[in-house]
Design a protein around this ligand. Structure first.
Ligand code: ADP
Length: 315
């Protein structure tokens, strides 16, 4: 595998019409999985499009192994795999035909192309379904086809934008395992607004809000920021509205004796409150000031099932 150093210096992006979607991002990245977290609208997709050379920064510089992407985008393109958020497939083609077609688009031909298609089908676990029409695939299977196409050229940089949107909990779990297996010597950048997507797999995390980088470091470093600021206690059901109003609520769990609430606070929020060990989601909420999937009720329900915290659901 070739070198893989991606460096961003004061990168910004302004959409035509003046909207500044990304500003002042400085990051140095190497092999591993970077989880790019942030609420909807934080600028993740815009940043990823710049990294995938689909958009040019309005400010700053991105280099790949020391080469400026603005001057020479091909330095990266040959070794880039990209799964955009709006990845579409041709429903009438089988996965094998579709990947064969995309291999040709990427300049692979003959035996080499066939070998890569079969390899990628096997990596994503679609060999048995490879001759079925993509129109019959589930959402999770289509996303795996998306990953397979991104792997055709054995990329040193793999960029996946919100790959778990619309997947059921089981498919999401499978997809997370797949990405973990793929890391190895390459750099995988995975954007999501769902903390549990990257909780187990990311070697480092970057958190964005409003176009700016708020944190870059290990999951442990992010968790440490919430140390001593997460509290739990049990309240009567009718106190819930007040707790919700007064505190930043990270979770609640219905119990026979009332509701167990989990709250972020700098000081003990209630005489009965006990400090508990923070989790990544608590630290993310503390940093961004928002629940990870605020305003996203459909996702919230599935997240609760999939999250390690189990039945602790969002306030
Ligand atoms: P995320 O991927 O984190 O949800 P985006 O990068 O999609 O965030 O969007 C960042 C900001 O840029 C948002 O305020 C969004 O409305 C704005 N934006 C995204 N695409 C466009 C566009 N084509 N034209 C103008 N503004 C855009």
């Amino acid at each position: 595998m070739s070198r893989c150093e991606l460096s961003l210096k004061s990168v910004g992006y302004r959409y035509p019409g003046g909207h500044r979607a990304v500003s002042g991002i400085t990051l140095d990245l190497g092999p591993g999985i970077l989880g790019l977290l942030g609420p909807n609208g934080a600028g993740k997709s815009t940043l990823m499009r710049m990294l995938a050379t689909m958009a040019r920064p309005s400010e700053g510089q991105i280099t790949w192994n020391g080469v400026d992407l603005a001057a020479d985008p091909n330095a990266l393109r040959a070794t880039l795999g990209y799964l955009p958020q709006d990845f579409g497939v041709y429903p009438a083609l089988s996965a094998r035909e579709f990947l064969g077609f995309l291999a040709a688009v990427k300049g692979l031909a003959g035996a080499k192309a066939r070998e890569r298609v079969e390899h990628c089908l096997s990596v994503v676990g679609l060999v048995d379904a490879a001759d079925r029409r993509l129109g019959e695939y589930s959402g999770g299977m289509r996303q795996r086809v998306g990953i397979a196409q991104a792997l055709l050229n054995d990329p040193a940089l793999l960029i996946v934008d919100e790959p778990t949107v619309g997947l059921d909990p089981e498919e999401r779990m499978r997809f997370r395992h797949l990405l973990t297996d793929l890391a190895g010597e390459r750099l995988v950048i995975l954007s999501t607004h769902i903390v549990s997507d990257v909780e187990a797999s990311a070697t480092s995390l970057a958190v964005m809000t409003k176009g700016e980088l708020r944190f870059h470091g290990t999951p442990e470093q992010l968790i440490a920021r919430a140390e001593g600021r997460v509290w739990e206690w049990t309240i009567a059901t009718e106190q819930m509205a007040e707790v919700r109003k007064r505190f930043s609520l990270c979770g609640s769990l219905r119990r026979p004796e009332g509701i167990r609430v989990r709250v972020l606070a700098d000081a003990r929020p209630d005489v009965d409150a006990v400090p508990v060990a923070p989790e990544l989601e608590d630290a993310y909420t503390l940093l961004t000031g928002s629940r990870p999937h605020e305003g996203d009720d459909a996702l919230r329900a599935t997240d609760a099932e999939a999250s390690p915290r189990g039945a602790m659901t969002g306030g």
